[in-house]
Design a protein around this ligand. Structure first.
Ligand code: UDP
Length: 350
């Protein structure tokens, strides 16, 4: 199988390449702005990397959609801070650029595996969000946060409609707070525009308090990226065509914690972490902050986000295994290494 991954150097793309190279004989054609997360595969003859931007490398993309069997358009902005500060960029990249790719999949009759998002459920009141039953609930227009959710939702609907009317082969998968090594870059945390675990890691390294937005009562279910990869690989293998025309939540309802609880877990890990002890960095602490202050106006939070994974379980026997604490440890260790590597670069530059 020939797999085209746009955004191959991202969190999901890079882990997917690891798995595909390790477990299959598939070929991967990948495009991204850089290759640091997939560097170890660059010499592998089954991995064909090209440096490029999906807004510019249009001919390369069209040619490779024609050439490949399945397309994963993973290029998107997925950080709430950016939804609030630069909603147009989110729309242009996440919606417009991806629509072009989807249309080419229709034109060349290629299978598309599209990353929808748990954000599409928004403030859904259901206890567990179900792919085929739950309503998708977003906020008013001045709340920029919802541009991501609604951009993704409309693409989900467009893909569904292409399947319905023109026979497009597709699967929509919805990541619920995937976490692990290679998550965001610490640089985004430095600018204050990162996701929760990256932001908290950065704060811990710098002896800063972890900021609990609106008291840290919002709850999320986190899944370790290794478990998430089991899910997405099953979708890609698509045995018996079971993934065709389907929507799947990929998450771990067992790892359901409030932001405050996550902060406490990270502080506990940090307390005994060799890196902290070696450097004499402060023990972690927390401080409460308002969402308006932290994100600016235009932010509205999601209070709870619990996936129903019964479809993944029934279809593929999907069973996530990694606990929150183990996943946090792995992720923090990864960031520690990244932090050390960045310090080395600064030293050499000086
Ligand atoms: N959050 C927080 N402090 C931070 C970063 C995030 O309290 O430094 C909260 C945020 O308000 C939300 C939750 O953590 O309730 C998860 O945010 P994240 O950015 O990871 O994205 P989301 O899960 O909302 O897509």
């Amino acid at each position: 199988m020939k797999v085209l991954i746009l955004g191959v150097n991202g969190f999901i793309g890079s882990h997917l390449v690891d798995r595909i190279m390790q477990d299959t004989d598939w070929e991967v054609y990948g495009l991204d702005l850089g290759a640091h997360k997939v560097a170890e595969h660059l010499a592998n003859p089954r991995f064909h990397f090209v440096e490029g931007d999906i807004t510019i490398s249009k001919e390369w993309i069209e040619y490779h959609i024609k050439k490949c069997d399945v397309v994963l358009p993973l290029v998107a902005i997925a950080t709430p801070k950016v939804y609030v500060t630069d909603p147009l960029r989110v729309f242009e990249l996440d919606f417009e650029e991806n629509l072009r790719v989807v249309r080419q999949c229709v034109k060349y009759k290629k299978r598309v595996v599209f990353p929808s998002t748990s954000e599409v459920y928004g403030m859904c009141p259901d206890e567990e969000f179900d792919e085929y039953e739950s309503p998708l609930v977003t906020g008013p227009i001045p709340m920029n946060r919802w541009i991501y959710s609604t951009s993704k939702q409309l693409l989900d609907r467009v893909i569904w409609a292409y399947g319905f009317q023109q026979g497009l082969r597709f699967t929509l998968f919805r990541p619920f707070n995937w976490m692990g090594p290679k998550l965001d870059s610490l640089n985004t945390a430095k600018e204050g525009s990162s996701r929760l675990v990256t932001q908290f890691s950065w704060n811990l390294f710098n002896g800063e308090p972890l900021q609990l937005v609106d008291g840290g009562t919002a709850r999320r279910c986190f899944i370790d990226v290794a478990d998430a990869m089991d899910g997405i690989m099953a979708v890609l293998r698509n045995e018996g065509g079971k993934a065709d025309g389907q929507i799947f939540n990929i998450g771990n309802p067992a790892n359901d914690y409030s932001v405050r609880e996550i902060a406490a877990m990270m502080i506990a890990i940090w307390k005994d972490h060799p890196f902290r002890l070696e450097r004499g960095i402060a023990e972690g602490s927390t401080v409460e902050t308002g969402s308006g202050e932290f994100y600016g106006k235009g932010y509205q939070d999601v209070a709870r986000r619990t996936p129903s994974i019964k479809r993944m379980q029934a279809t593929f026997g999907f069973e996530p295994k990694v606990s929150m604490i183990d996943s946090l440890k792995k992720t923090i260790d990864f960031f520690v290494e990244e932090h050390k590597a960045q310090e080395k670069v600064v030293e050499t530059e000086n």
